[in-house]
Design a protein around this ligand. Structure first.
Ligand code: ARG
Length: 518
C-alpha cells in the first residue's frame, strides 16, 4: 500500500468506530459554540474533504471537522472575500485565462451571494470549513461548472492574506476616524478652558498650576501619535497579496498590478513566500490598538479620580454615567472603568498574536487561521471605547471653581519664589533652600506664601523683597511659562489653533486615502 492509501485507510477505520461519532459530536456541541446555529451543524452538505476531492477517500471525523472549522468567526470576511474574488475573476478574463462568459457568470453569482449574506439568507456550513469554501460551494450551486474556474491561479493562502489585509485596512481607517473624533472632543474642551486653572500633578501630588486646556492638549498629543501610527500602518500594509498563490507564485500569465489597483492597494507584494507567511499588518494593528487602549485607560483613570467627591474636578453627564441600585446619591464613572478593563483584553490580543507567530516556519501554517479572532475582538473593543470616551469628554461638566481652589492649595507657587530669587542672581539651589524655609514658615503659621509679612520675608533672606508678591498669583505663574510647550495660555492657544488646522487637514486625507502621508 502506498503511504497515501495507509492514511486514508486509517481514517476510514477510525470513522467506523461506532460509538466515537456520537460521543464526539456531543462533546463538540458542548465545547465548540462559536455563535453558529445548530442548523449549520446539521445541514447536509459537501464537506471540505470533498472540496479537495480525489486525495481523500473518506470524510473527516467529527472532531476534525470541529477543530478545522473557522467559519464561526471568519464569516466576518465575506465582503472582502467577494471583492477579492471579483477582482481576481476580472483579471483572469482580461488575461485570457478564463472566458468572458465564465467571468460574467462568476461575477453575477458572487453578487447574488453577497446579497444572500446581507439579507441573512445564506446558510453557513461548518463542514465547508471557512468563508472561502462556503462562498465557492454556493457559487457552484448557483452557476455550475464555471465556478470551478475562479480558483485558477490562486490558493486559499493568498486569498486569506488578501481578505484579512483588506479587512484590517478598513478597520484602521475606521480607527483613524474614531481617534479623530476623540481628538476633536479634546480640542473643543481645550479651547473652552484655555484659561481655566487647575493643579498639575506629579506623583499625583499637587505640583504647579497649569490650565485645563493645557491638560486636554496633552491628550491631543497622545491620541495624535496613535493616529499617526494608524496612518503609517495603513501605508505599510498597502500591498496586494493576491497572486502569491500557495507560496511559490503561479505560472499563469496573471496581472497582479491589475488586481492590486482594482482592490485599492498601492502595489502588489514582491515575495510570494513572505506574502502568505506575513501577518505583520495584523500584529501592527493589534499593537496600535493596545497602545491606544493603554492611553484610554490612563484617561479613564483620571476621569475616575476627578469625578470623586474628594476631587470634584468634573461632573459626568447623566448620559455617560450610571447610578447605584442601593445608594441613591451615587453617580458612577462606569464607562471609564469599563474602558480601563477593556484595555486588558486588547493587551491580551497583541500577546496572542505575538505568541501565535513566534515559532512559525515560513510560509503558510494552519496556526494562521487562529490569527483573526484577536483582531476581530480588538476591533469590537476599540469601536466601543473610543466613541464612548469621546462622548464622555465632550459632555462632562468642568468644575472650574473647584479646580482653581485646588490649584492654589499645597504651595503650588513655591517654584515662583525660587525663580524670582534665581532671576536676581541667586544660584537656583540656594534659591530652592530659601524657598523651603519660607514654605516651612507658612506651614507653621498655617498661611499662604503671599500672606507672609515683609519683615518675616526679609528675616528669611534679604533678597525676598515685597515685590515677590506680584509673582504669587496663579495667572502670573501660568503667563510666565512662555517657553515652547509651556502652559501659558498664549502658547496653549497657538497649539490649539495649529492642531485644529492639522485635524481638518488629516480628516480630509483620511476621507481620500491614495498614498503616503502628506
Ligand atoms: N481558513 C484558512 C485561514 O484562515 C484559509 C487558508 C487555508 N489554507 C490551507 N492551506 N489550509 O488561514
Amino acid at each position: 500500500r502506498s503511504r497515501a492509501g495507509d492514511d486514508a485507510g486509517h481514517r476510514r477505520d477510525r470513522n467506523q468506530l461506532g460509538g466515537e461519532e456520537t460521543a464526539t459530536s456531543f462533546f463538540c456541541h458542548v465545547i465548540l459554540q462559536d455563535g453558529h446555529s445548530m442548523a449549520e451543524d446539521t445541514k447536509d452538505t459537501k464537506s471540505s474533504n470533498q472540496m479537495w476531492g480525489g486525495r481523500f477517500a473518506s470524510g473527516p471525523s467529527a472532531i476534525m471537522e470541529e477543530i478545522n472549522a473557522s467559519i464561526g468567526f471568519d464569516k466576518k470576511l465575506y465582503a472582502q472575500d467577494i471583492r477579492g474574488s471579483k477582482a481576481h475573476a476580472t483579471m483572469l478574463a482580461h488575461q485570457g485565462i478564463i472566458s468572458g462568459e465564465d467571468k460574467d457568470k462568476i461575477l453575477h453569482g458572487l453578487d447574488t451571494i453577497l446579497s444572500e449574506i446581507e439579507a441573512g439568507q445564506f446558510v453557513f456550513s461548518r463542514k465547508l470549513e471557512d468563508i472561502h469554501m462556503n462562498i465557492e460551494a454556493r457559487l457552484a450551486d448557483l452557476i455550475g461548472p464555471a465556478a470551478g474556474r475562479l480558483h485558477t491561479a490562486r490558493s486559499r493562502n493568498d486569498q486569506v492574506a488578501l481578505d484579512f489585509r483588506l479587512w484590517v485596512k478598513e478597520e484602521l481607517q475606521k480607527t483613524e476616524a474614531a481617534l479623530s473624533g476623540l481628538i476633536a472632543a479634546f480640542l473643543n474642551r481645550a479651547e473652552e478652558h484655555a484659561d481655566t486653572v487647575m493643579p498639575g500633578f506629579t506623583h499625583l501630588q499637587t505640583a504647579q498650576p497649569v490650565t485645563f486646556g493645557h491638560h486636554c492638549m496633552a491628550y491631543v498629543e497622545m491620541f495624535g501619535r496613535d493616529r499617526q501610527r494608524v496612518r503609517h500602518a495603513i501605508e505599510h500594509l498597502d500591498e496586494s497579496p493576491i497572486g502569491a498563490a500557495a507560496l511559490a507564485g503561479t505560472g499563469y500569465p496573471i496581472d497582479r498590478h491589475m488586481t492590486a489597483q482594482a482592490l485599492g492597494f498601492r502595489e502588489p507584494t514582491r515575495n510570494s513566500i513572505d506574502t502568505v507567511s506575513d501577518r505583520d499588518f495584523a500584529l501592527e494593528f493589534l499593537s496600535i490598538a493596545s497602545i491606544s487602549a493603554v492611553h484610554l485607560s490612563r484617561l479613564a483613570e483620571e476621569i475616575v479620580i476627578w469625578s470623586t467627591p474628594q476631587f470634584g474636578f468634573i461632573r459626568l453627564s447623566d448620559a455617560f454615567s450610571t447610578g447605584s441600585s442601593i445608594m441613591p446619591q451615587k453617580k458612577n464613572p462606569d464607562i471609564a472603568e469599563l474602558t480601563r478593563g477593556r484595555s486588558a483584553r486588547l493587551i491580551g490580543g497583541v500577546t496572542t498574536m505575538l505568541a501565535a507567530l513566534k515559532s512559525l516556519p515560513l510560509s503558510y501554517n494552519r496556526d494562521l487561521a487562529e490569527d483573526k479572532r484577536a483582531a476581530f475582538e480588538a476591533v469590537d473593543g476599540l469601536a466601543l471605547v473610543l466613541p464612548a470616551m469621546a462622548g464622555m469628554v465632550a459632555t462632562m461638566t468642568v468644575e472650574t471653581e473647584t479646580m482653581r481652589k485646588a490649584a492654589s492649595q499645597g504651595f503650588t507657587l513655591a517654584t515662583e519664589v525660587a525663580d524670582f530669587l534665581a532671576r536676581k542672581g541667586v544660584p537656583f539651589s540656594t534659591a530652592h533652600d530659601i524657598t523651603g524655609a519660607l514654605v516651612r514658615l507658612c506651614e507653621e503659621r498655617d498661611c499662604e506664601l503671599h500672606e507672609i509679612d515683609d519683615a518675616a520675608l526679609a528675616a528669611i533672606d534679604a533678597r525676598l523683597t515685597p515685590d515677590i508678591r506680584e509673582h504669587l498669583t496663579l495667572e502670573a505663574a501660568l503667563d510666565a511659562r512662555m517657553a515652547r510647550g509651556g502652559t501659558s495660555p498664549a502658547r496653549v492657544g497657538e497649539q490649539i489653533e495649529r492642531l485644529s488646522r492639522e485635524l481638518a487637514r488629516q480628516r480630509a486625507w483620511a476621507l481620500d486615502y491614495r498614498g503616503p502621508t502628506p
